[in-house]
Every structure is written in C-alpha cells, then in structure tokens.
Design a protein around this ligand. Sequence first.
Ligand SMILES: NC(=O)c1ccc[n+]([C@@H]2O[C@H](COP(=O)([O-])OP(=O)(O)OC[C@H]3O[C@@H](n4cnc5c(N)ncnc54)[C@H](OP(=O)(O)O)[C@@H]3O)[C@@H](O)[C@H]2O)c1
Length: 277
Amino acid sequence: MNAPITACYPDPGTARPLTGLYLDHALPDRGRHGPFIYANYIASLDGRISVPADTGGQGVPESIANARDWRLFQELAGQADLLLSSGRYLRDLEAGTAQDSLPIGIDDAFSDIRAWRVRHGLAPQPDVAVLSAGLDFAVPRRLLDQGRRVIVITGESVPDSRVQAHERAGTEVIVLPNVARPGGAALVTALQALAYRRIYTVAGPFVLHTLLSANLLDSLFLTTVHRLIGGQPFASLCEGDLLAETGDFQLASMHLDAHGPGGCTQTFSRYDRTPGP
Ligand SMILES: NC(=O)c1ccc[n+]([C@@H]2O[C@H](COP(=O)([O-])OP(=O)(O)OC[C@H]3O[C@@H](n4cnc5c(N)ncnc54)[C@H](OP(=O)(O)O)[C@@H]3O)[C@@H](O)[C@H]2O)c1
C-alpha cells in the first residue's frame, strides 16, 4: 500500500501516495439533480467487469481484483451516506456468494476512513437502497441490525405480497409510479426526495444503464487493470439497449499504478459528467 502512484492527468509525472487519492478532497455533496451520484468499477484491459464465478452466477474477475483498488473502493464508499445496490446483489448476499456485505471497511487498515466519516458528521455505515423490479430476495437481518435504513425501490409490476413481506421485515419500500422497472423521471424524483447528499452505486452494468438513461450519474471512477482476460458472457460496465442519449464525460484525473496484479500496471481514472442538462 505504501508504493506511490504517478499522475498522468492533470500534472503528469507528479508522484503521490495511493492512500488518500479519493479521500484527501471530499466529493461534492450536491449533484446535478440533487444528490451527488457516483459509480466505481474495476475492469480488465478488454473491458470485462465480471466473469462466470466458481460459485455459479457472475462475479468480479479474481484475475483483476486487488487490494490497491479495494482501498480506493473503500475511500469512495466512505464518503457516501447512501449505497445503491441491486436485487441481484441481495440475492448473492443471501446465497453467500456476494463480495462483501456492504460495509465501510471494518479492518484496521480502513480506520482513517471511519475517522473521516466521524469528522464529516456521517453515520458509521451508510444507508442502503436497492433497485429491484421483482423484490425476490430477503434483506439480511445483519444489515438492519447495524441500524442502517434499508430502502427498496421498485416499480408497479411488483406483487403486493412481496412489498408487504419487505415492510414486515423492516425494509422501506418505494413503489415508483407509472414504471414497471425502477428508472426514468420517477427514479430521479424518488432519489431527490430521499434527501441524501452522496449516493455511491455499487451495483452492476444494468443499474448503471438505468442511471445513465435517467441522466443521473455525476462521476464515474474506473480502475483499469492492464491485463486481458477474455471470458463469456461479456459484461462491460454498462449493459442494455443503446442509450437514447450518450453518457458524456470528461477526464478529471488519471493516475498510473505500477503495482497491479502480477506486476501489471493499472490506472485509476475519474470522469465527470460534461456540463449540460
Ligand atoms: N468489476 C466491478 O467493478 C463490478 C462492480 C459491480 C458489479 N460487478 C459485477 O457485475 C456483475 C453483474 O451484475 P448484474 O448483472 O446483476 O447487474 P446489476 O446492475 O447489479 O443488477 C441487475 C439487477 O438490478 C435490478 N434492477 C432494478 N432496476 C433495474 C432496471 N431498470 N433494469 C435492469 N435491472 C434493474 C434487477 O433486480 P431484480 O432482478 O431483483 O428485479 C436486476 O436483476 C456481477 O457479477 C457483479 O459482481 C462488477
């Protein structure tokens, strides 16, 4: 963790510690549509963010996951008051195949991130919102026991019985009007009404597509590991129909890390939404 990284943009050539890259300067606490909404992915050089996992289903490729990227994931999560997840992730949690149970790092290595939250008046753990059309999962008791608000956002196609089951278990359910699946203007309005300041999406490519379609994403953080891995089915960071309006971003920063997996280099990039509507 001590090895420095090198700026490529802006100020190329400047070396700095990895630790603090995303924590030294707090993210904005307002986005273009209310909360500041940001996403983070790790991808291979051939653009894969997930591959078939030994446990079944899909997962982050083990060949690219690494501790230096995970440190930055935690620095981004540490600034959020709401994590945005998906029905798929909750099903993985239930099955025991999820990467993590949505905590801000509890290891000693992340004590500075926990202290940052205290200094900035944030709860120890962010609340959780889950986008799901079907609601066919149970929210793990341990999430609710941590005193976190858990909100499920769904559409009108969901059966009433599933809404009631979640409410009985202590989960708040928001049924968006006039949409079968969560998305569009109804999702924008719902996220504004929740009045969070920084929403960190830790979901996959379909939720990112939903956010981009609703023009909701303010910043994208991307770790690219300079390793080609192949794999089927191909999963990039945004999956779905062609976007009616492209998601346009500007490079805000890029750093080169010489200590990626297996001696590969990797880059840590931040892209901000171009100014516009
Ligand atoms: N490398 C990385 O940085 C990274 C980051 C995140 C995820 N991943 C990987 O990405 C893989 C794929 O995740 P995923 O395919 O499950 O994608 P996802 O985008 O996480 O979740 C898809 C789920 O979102 C819900 N959803 C809610 N509204 C939706 C809408 N409007 N359109 C589509 N889905 C909506 C659906 O839940 P219901 O079925 O309950 O309705 C659907 O099953 C996973 O293996 C994960 O490990 C990688």
